[in-house]
Design a protein around this ligand. Sequence first.
Ligand SMILES: [Zn+2]
Length: 460
Amino acid sequence: MNIRRDIILPLTELISGTDIIKQYKLLKGSEYWSRDQIENFQNNKLKELFIHCFKNVVYYQRLFKQYGVDIDSKYMYDEIKKLPILTKKDIIKNYNDLISADYKSRRYTTGATGGSTGEPLKFLFDLKTQSAGWASAFRGFEYVGYNLGDKIYTFSGYSLVKNRKVLSKQFVWERLIMNNYKYSSINVNEEKLFYFYNELVKLNPRIIRGYPSSIYVLAKFIKLHSLKSPKIKCIFSTGEVLLNEYKSLIEEVFNTKVYNGYGAGDGGFNSFECKHQKGMHISEENAYIEIVKNDKVCENNQIGDVIVTSLNNYVFPFIRYKVGDMAYIKDALCDCGRNTKLFGEILGRSGKILYTKQGNPVSPTSLDVIIFKGFNDGDEESVAIYNKIEKFHFEQDNKGDLVIKLKLRENKDFHLFDYLVENFSSVFRESQIKIEFVDEIKAMNSGKEDFITSYFNLYE
Ligand SMILES: [Zn+2]
């Protein structure tokens, strides 16, 4: 018997109102479905969602009428293509109209994605979406040998490592059920890295999970000081692009494989590599994914914007939502027998590390926490600041000084200027910080939506 799975998880579910076990069982049942089965299921779920939106969501009532969407159609894959792409700008502009009229009768919570793609966003999601996300994460972890209850050492920035009060619901959930020990990679230095290393040895976890840039920094530290790594079963990379140079050093130092994962909480989907590592298996039961370029759906292997329709979120439905990353779907299925679509490479959310002048690495995915310090805790000033910025880009020159380019929603704001300089100076001490207000932030030549350009690389 697995105490965490068979006793603690059901009890916690009873208290919290989630239904992870139920969702997990459904997902295990559909793990080896044929393409036809997956597509039939998605078509039916899309139909249910469209009918719900037609009845309850002002924004889609308007859109369905405008674009002639037929909710009685048998082929929702055709209907959905009639709709325009939902951007973050659309969501901010139509926030209230996107909330379902029956939202009070559903258990929901507020979510926020920080600026990891350079564009922050606030939204609502229900417990079913949350449960389905966890259930598919458990299934995905299992592809490579994880068992519920295996000790996890998480090393990353804010999205995975939030400050939890001891004995809060989330704390109990993470510690008791997930057996997850979390360490923040924000503002690390040599001393802290030594502490994190000691914790790693003491805990002796089966799994390491986190941003690749964070795990890379720890691996580099271990190698630099010729320390010994505990025996790790596997490593899960998430939240950023897994750069090859990071992957190979992490695998060398921990003497095990790194498996890539990619998902978006706002889009309600995730994807995981299996042992074959032919691409990331998309949880298609939870979301319908399209790759779109210039308003046209891409062929397989063709790179475009990741567009997602969450099949579970009825409180704040996301239909054809542009996540902000670019990727492609592989033109082949995996050899493991699972017939889901596979993400090939993800472009965007690059894990390029910035450095302080003192030589301490700053994970790029932590930058939004530095900018919008109290945002996730509802701090008013942070929320106001957050609402002003549309997009940002960082440049670090070879001396370690910073240029922060900002595209604003409104006019220039010198209060914002002071706020940012103050927040950045607390981390990038002694760096010159220059803030430029710009009209446009261009993607790089490669088409990557990378929000960091860095010429400053301390260790290489
Ligand atoms: Zn596979």
